[in-house]
Design a protein around this ligand. Structure first.
Ligand code: SIN
Ligand code: FE2
Length: 216
């Protein structure tokens, strides 16, 4: 059973605001971790984590895979969503039920009812991996929020403004935290600082982040 005090701000008892329609739900995924980890294992068995290349020719430090109808990919030709895994030519693994249920509940708790994601990008960070400031803007439906779940080692999340040069807030994301951003906050720049090695008792020296989107 989900109880409020598991995920709320310890002081206010509410989700922590990061913007007018952006919230941090501390510990929201904790009750589901035992189901999430084997589901991530099955997805990455069918569609292994890999380092993709950006249009600029850089190999990403983060390794990624996807589940759901659509998966986010990048190569020398650009960023896009595709129905199939370019490495195998097969459809991406289906989104596990525990994933979509968690995404829906988190979106609901942040004020975005009826969220139905069709894409889930799973990122794996090892020590030193980072994600430079970017906007999530390849999705067709920008009315739907982004729901971002963190597991494993902590990370410093940068949550900026609508210009890359805007000052970014630094938020520490821990195992089980979920960030949700939508509405006027949907296109805000965000990123992750290079990960320090602070091994996690369950996941060891890695961080897994997965983000749900309505891409199609
Ligand atoms: C992303 O923006 O795709 C990843 C964010 C994170 O790892 O917290
Ligand atoms: Fe992103």
């Amino acid at each position: 059973m989900q109880t409020l005090d598991l995920f709320s701000d310890p002081i206010s008892g509410q989700p922590e605001p990061m913007g007018p329609r952006a919230f941090l739900l501390r510990g929201f995924a904790l009750p589901r971790v035992d189901e999430l980890l084997p589901a991530i294992g099955s997805v990455s068995e069918a569609a292994p984590f890999r380092h993709m290349v950006t249009p600029g020719g850089f190999t990403m430090s983060v390794a990624l895979t996807n589940c759901g109808t659509l998966g986010w990919t990048t190569d020398r030709h650009g960023y896009r969503y595709s129905r199939t895994d370019p490495a195998s030519g097969l459809p991406w693994p289906a989104m596990p039920e525990v994933f979509s249920a968690l995404a829906r509940e988190a979106a609901d708790a942040a004020g975005f009812p009826r969220f139905e994601p069709d894409a889930c990008l799973i990122n794996r960070y090892l020590p030193g991996a980072r994600m430079s400031l970017h906007q999530d803007k390849n999705e067709r439906d920008l009315d739907a929020p982004i729901v971002s779940v963190s597991l494993g080692m902590p990370a410093i999340f940068l949550f900026g403004g609508h210009q890359r040069s805007d000052k970014a807030a630094r938020l520490e994301l821990h195992h089980g935290d979920i960030a949700v951003w939508g509405g006027p906050d949907r296109l805000r720049y965000h990123g992750v600082l290079p990960l320090a090695e602070v091994p996690h008792p369950v996941l060891g020296s890695q961080r897994i982040n997965f983000t749900f989107r309505k891409a199609g």
